[in-house]
Design a protein around this ligand. Structure first.
Ligand code: S5P
Length: 379
């Protein structure tokens, strides 16, 4: 690991220096939560994923998903699993990183990122790319994110609810014909109600309303105050002390891997760094095993998987390597990854997920990774 000023600079100061809005936000979140931990939530069902995100959310700054290993994933854009994760992310203050490792030609990866049933870009703040096909995949993902952001201000969010009417709705709908829409609200959102009557009385007057279908259309602007508003105290659905994450999306380039005998050469890693420098407005940094900032103005963030702690009574400092999983995965301690190799965020999956108390274990990892960072600053 080459020596670089970012290794000795606090996350708070780095958050002010970086030009990437999402990197800046993440660094502030890290400082606020005293956490540089990412949970790799590799669980088989959507129910477990949402449960873990809610329970472990307070300890982490990034939640990493593999949506394609999750059964029961609900693809509904407004009420599905992605949307639910996004609301837990707002509640606990973490970013969602879909570990999709896009690895195809540019045109294909752009469509995989922005389209399909999963519509990854809608709910994942961060994704990553396996750059083996070449730098064009990075350029195409950047283009996809740019186009998505440009479309966003005009996007109409439509939600439909069906329910029994309230007194107000009853009065509003009094004069309407059966099934005919009535506009009842015009302040920025359009709300249309279609009253359905049980039948007509003998005198030609309408019978009682049995259901009201409410169609709400909201136009969310990128310049909306939602983005700059500091979260009001007492609102439990929003993490206090910081505004909501910006809409800007971010990319991590898979520059090095944790698996034994992988084929990522030094030349490949160097090409990843060059691609990152060419797309600084979109690339946040790397999935790597060490810090890769070398030029004076490099301010990339590094996230490192292959992380486990030895059992509680063992000294992690004398034991940088902690074995593997028998399937090629290799593990190092947070001390080695953050303190020695200079990475910023430790990614932990089974080390936490397989513990008898994953919530408590996540705190043990958070505290070890944070200690490794604070000690690195002083060393
Ligand atoms: O080099 C890598 C890159 C990644 S993103 N090695 C990895 O293990 N990962 C991912 O990190 C992997 O796909 C898995 O989701 C997680 C590690 O999980 P763990 O259970 O071994 O901690």
């Amino acid at each position: 690991m080459a020596s670089h000023p970012t290794l000795k600079t606090t996350f708070a100061v780095r958050s002010e220096a970086t030009t990437h809005p999402l990197t800046s936000y993440l660094l502030r979140l890290m400082d606020l939560k005293a956490s540089n931990l990412c949970l790799s939530a590799d669980v088989p069902t959507a129910r477990e994923l949402l449960y873990l995100a809610d329970k472990i959310g307070p300890s982490i700054v990034v939640l990493k998903t593999h949506y394609d290993m999750v059964s029961g994933w609900d693809f509904h854009p407004d009420t599905g699993t992605g949307a639910k994760l996004a609301s837990l992310a707002r509640k606990h203050g973490f970013l969602i990183f879909e570990d999709r490792k896009f690895g195809d030609i540019g045109h294909t990866v752009e469509l995989q990122y922005t389209g399909g049933s999963a519509r990854i870009i809608d709910w994942a703040h961060i994704v990553n790319v396996n750059m083996v096909p070449g730098k064009a995949s990075v350029a195409s993902l950047a283009q996809g994110a740019r186009r998505w952001l440009e479309r966003y201000p005009c996007e109409v969010k439509t939600s439909v609810t069906v329910g029994t009417p309230t007194m107000d709705q009853f009065e509003d709908a009094e004069d309407a014909k059966d099934g005919e829409p009535v506009t009842v609200n015009g302040n920025g959102s359009n709300m249309m109600e279609k009253p359905i009557y049980a039948g007509r009385n003998g005198d030609g007057r309408k019978g009682s309303i049995v259901s009201i279908t409410t169609v709400t259309q909201q136009y969310e602007s990128a310049a909306s105050p939602r983005l700059t508003k500091t979260i009001a105290e007492g609102d439990e659905s929003l993490f206090p002390g910081i505004e909501e994450a910006p809409l800007n999306r971010g990319l991590l380039i898979l520059a090095q891997m944790s698996s034994e005998g992988n084929f990522m050469t030094r030349e490949y890693t160097q090409a990843c760094v060059e691609a990152a420098r060419e797309h600084k407005d979109f690339v946040m940094g790397f999935i790597s095993q060490e810090a890769l900032n070398t030029q004076a103005d490099d301010d990339f963030i590094h996230m490192t998987p292959g992380c486990q702690l030895p059992p509680e009574d063992e000294d992690q400092q004398t034991n940088g390597k902690v074995g593997g999983d028998g399937q090629g995965q290799q593990y190092n301690t947070p001390y080695k990854i953050i303190g020695i190799a200079g990475s910023d965020i430790a990614i932990v999956g089974r080390g936490i997920l397989k513990a008898s108390d994953p919530v408590e274990e996540a705190e043990r990892y958070r505290s070890a990774a944070w200690k490794a960072y604070t000690e690195r600053l002083l060393r």
